[in-house]
Design a binder for this molecule. Structure first.
Ligand SMILES: Cc1cc2nc3c(=O)[nH]c(=O)nc-3n(C[C@H](O)[C@H](O)[C@H](O)COP(=O)(O)OP(=O)(O)OC[C@H]3O[C@@H](n4cnc5c(N)ncnc54)[C@H](O)[C@@H]3O)c2cc1C
Length: 326
């Protein structure tokens, strides 16, 4: 068994998903601790064209599992074959596709599984990961048992690693041997349709503008959407706003919603209840806008703006537009 760190890299139109760049960065970090190499397992449309570029984040090699736009699970047999005895760990993104593929590897190879995790490192030659449990109040550190088979499969939450800025490195690309036909390779998409509401993947957003009960109505979210638009971010919400039907539940952040880790979280008209906080407390920077100077969110915000969100948010949007020269 080698000390290599494998990672899943999903591609569309020759471009890696953000999760691929994050995991390439993370795998390179871990490989420097383990004394192995970071190896991407690339799949999806244009993967063979784009895989070499994973070297910019530190991947030494990339193995292309397949190059077509087909359901991720169809790549499972090739992934299992490429992963068998292949290294210390396989990092998979905690996305629906990442979870499907990770489950296929764990089920086929009977290797240890961890996650979703917010931190991974190498300790005493094994992969050690940290997972938040009990609504974020307890952090569990896990390692594979002595003698457990490798690689450990680790589901990694979005934004756990920040992609390094494009270096000039180039990964050595090779093709995985053709996988045997199985029920998995024959999976097809039965139907796909536009979602009723346009929902972005909140867990992958680097900037989130979230609204709560203070937003007061469905229309009240319009200025938040504008601000998110100029910042290139996504809109999220508290449960109070989702319960009121102002915004889809898929955008709820918190204990019973999504756990997010953006670089910037702006919470407007949100009091900061513990059940909301556990979903966003690992944001790098928290800005809160609330008209109540005693709102609990003020206790943990990096910047607490006391005032009416309907005055502050449009003014902020205008100022950002002005500075961008748009
Ligand atoms: C089991 C359980 C699970 C839960 N899960 C979640 C969860 O996943 N996510 C979640 O968010 N909550 C969750 N909750 C609910 C949580 O306890 C809070 O009730 C909820 O987060 C409150 O939402 P809010 O901050 O939007 O509303 P409120 O607490 O009512 O706060 C509204 C805030 O808006 C401010 N405000 C009003 N008007 C304006 C204005 N014009 N400008 C600026 N500020 C204004 C007010 O001062 C106030 O601070 C859960 C609760 C339970 C019991």
């Amino acid at each position: 068994m080698s000390n290599d760190i494998l990672f899943l890299a999903e591609f569309a139109a020759g471009t890696p998903a953000r999760s691929a760049l994050e995991l390439a960065t993370g795998a390179a970090e871990l490989a420097s601790q383990s004394g192995g190499s970071a190896i991407g397992l690339a799949y999806g449309a244009g993967a063979s064209d784009g895989a070499a570029a994973l070297g910019a984040q530190g991947a030494a090699r990339a193995i292309v599992l397949g190059n077509e736009d087909r359901p991720a699970i169809t790549y499972a047999p090739a992934l299992v074959a490429a992963t068998r005895d292949a290294g210390l760990a396989l990092l998979a993104p905690a996305t629906p596709n990442g979870r499907d593929l990770a489950a296929a590897v764990v089920g086929s190879l009977h290797v240890p599984a961890f996650g979703p995790v917010r931190a991974v490192r190498i300790a005493d030659g094994v992969v050690e990961s940290e997972q938040a449990t009990l609504q974020g109040s307890v952090v569990t550190t896990s390692r594979p048992a002595d003698g457990a088979p490798s690689p450990s499969v680790v589901l990694v939450l979005a934004n756990t690693f920040t992609p390094t800025d494009g270096g000039t490195g180039s990964a050595e690309v090779s093709a995985a041997p053709a996988a045997e036909e199985s029920a998995l390779t024959q999976a097809t998409v039965a139907e796909s349709h536009e979602a009723e509401a346009k929902v972005v993947n909140l867990e992958e957003a680097t900037i989130i503008v979230a609204g709560g009960r203070g937003v007061a109505s469905e229309e009240g979210f319009a200025p938040l959407r504008e601000l998110a638009g100029v910042l290139g971010g996504a809109v999220g919400a508290s449960r109070a706003a989702a319960d009121a039907g102002w915004i889809p539940y898929q955008l709820q952040i918190g204990q019973t919603g999504k756990v997010v880790k953006p670089a910037l979280y702006i919470g407007a008209g949100i009091s900061g209840a513990i059940q909301h906080r556990v979903g966003m407390q690992t944001a790098e920077h928290v800005v809160a806008i609330n008209k109540d100077p005693d709102a609990p969110i003020g206790e943990f915000a990096d910047l607490f703006v006391v005032g009416d969100l309907f005055q502050i948010i449009p003014a902020l949007t205008e100022e950002i537009r002005r500075r961008k020269g748009a």
